[in-house]
Write a protein that binds this ligand. Structure first.
Ligand code: SAM
Ligand code: SF4
Length: 328
């Protein structure tokens, strides 16, 4: 799949649910209304769509959400997609909040998952409870160490929030170094109504990086994932640190990905509204050939880049949908 700007689209992110056991302040509002069950794709439908993408050249699939591991029987999807590894698919990965990972890490490894991204914004139990509005840190930490024991490479994702966790990154980088984890810091993105004032949350990672450089040696690397992260090797620990700066950097020219929601809507760009309804295509009884054609028509509409804008006076989201819908 080559888009109109010559980019090869080889990476599919699939949100398998909009539900979650946490309510992170930057992601959801306290009282979320979740989608009715019939709107959500069944595992058979998800597999059919993933198969179409693999047929058309997708090499990497990341399962996300919402919280993917709270969906009942989600391991059946990992098992079937894991069976495609080496037969079109090179990599199957997962982004999770880690609360269920202690239970599932060995099975994920058996399905062929080699790496997981776990979201952890703080190492402080009270702050964790505040940021997630309801979470306890212990299950997530247990999950992280279960993943490590199962042989999975762990990358910790932390959203940088002004006045919340901004003075913890030294400690988190040291902790990650000690345990052999990479760390990825993420700037908050203006997605969805979440009740809090985004102006108060936004912290440019250029500031964070400059502060980290006072203590750590960050060596440039050529490591890229085709996404918005810029990676450095931390000389003192040998681990990597990534900075995801969608608001301050233009990364779109190397974009290799599209996103499928749990309702079968394909977003060609995280920062744009245009989308294709693939659920309507499969529920109308389309053949595989017709489905492939619908996917290719959507890829042909992939825009050159995103246009996130945050109105700093209004603090309104640039896009109405939440990250838990599109899949972060
Ligand atoms: N529940 C899983 C988790 O938390 O890892 C997967 C889904 S979550 C939507 C994926 C990633 O998006 C997480 O790392 C989360 O921190 C990030 N995220 C959610 N809302 C965000 C926002 N408004 N700005 C930046 N990152 C956000
Ligand atoms: Fe749930 Fe992940 Fe969103 Fe937090 S960031 S509320 S864990 S989906």
């Amino acid at each position: 799949m080559i888009d109109p700007f010559g980019r090869s689209i080889t990476y599919l992110r699939v949100s398998v649910t909009d539900r979650c056991d946490l309510r992170c302040v930057y992601c959801m509002s306290e009282n979320m209304t979740f989608l009715p069950k019939p709107d959500i794709l069944s595992f058979e439908e998800l597999e059919r769509l993933c198969s179409a993408f693999i047929r058309l050249g997708t090499r990497k699939i990341r399962i996300t959400g919402g919280e993917p591991l709270v969906r009942k029987d989600v391991m059946s999807l990992f098992a079937s997609l894991g069976g495609r590894l080496g037969a079109g698919l090179d990599e199957l990965t997962l982004t999770t909040n880690g609360t269920q990972l202690a239970k599932y890490a060995p099975a994920l490894a058996e399905c062929g998952v080699r790496r997981v991204n776990v979201s952890l914004d703080t190492l402080d139990p009270a702050r964790f409870a505040a940021v997630t509005r309801r979470g306890r840190i212990v299950p997530t930490l247990d999950g992280i160490f279960a993943a490590k024991r199962a042989g999975l490479a762990v990358k910790i994702n932390a959203v940088a929030m002004k006045g919340v966790n901004e003075h913890e990154f030294d400690a988190m980088l040291a902790w990650c170094g000690e345990h052999g984890f990479d760390l990825c810091l993420i700037e908050t993105m203006p997605l969805g109504e979440i009740a809090d004032d985004r102006i108060d949350q936004y912290l440019p990672l250029s500031v964070v990086r400059a502060r980290l450089r006072e203590r750590w040696t960050l060596l440039d690397t050529s490591y890229r994932t085709g996404g918005p992260a810029r990676y450095f090797t931390v000389a003192e620990t040998g681990q990597r640190i990534g900075f995801i700066t969608p608001m301050t950097h233009n990364f779109c020219e190397s974009c290799n990905r599209v996103r499928l929601t749990c309702t079968g809507t394909l977003f060609m760009c995280l920062g744009q509204e245009d989308a294709a309804d693939l659920r309507a295509v499969i529920r109308s009884g389309a053949t595989d050939r017709e489905l492939d054609a619908a996917v290719l028509v959507a890829i042909a509409r992939k825009p050159r880049g995103h246009d996130f804008v945050i109105d700093r006076r209004e603090a309104r989201p640039a896009l109405a949908r939440h990250m838990s819908v599109t899949g972060g």
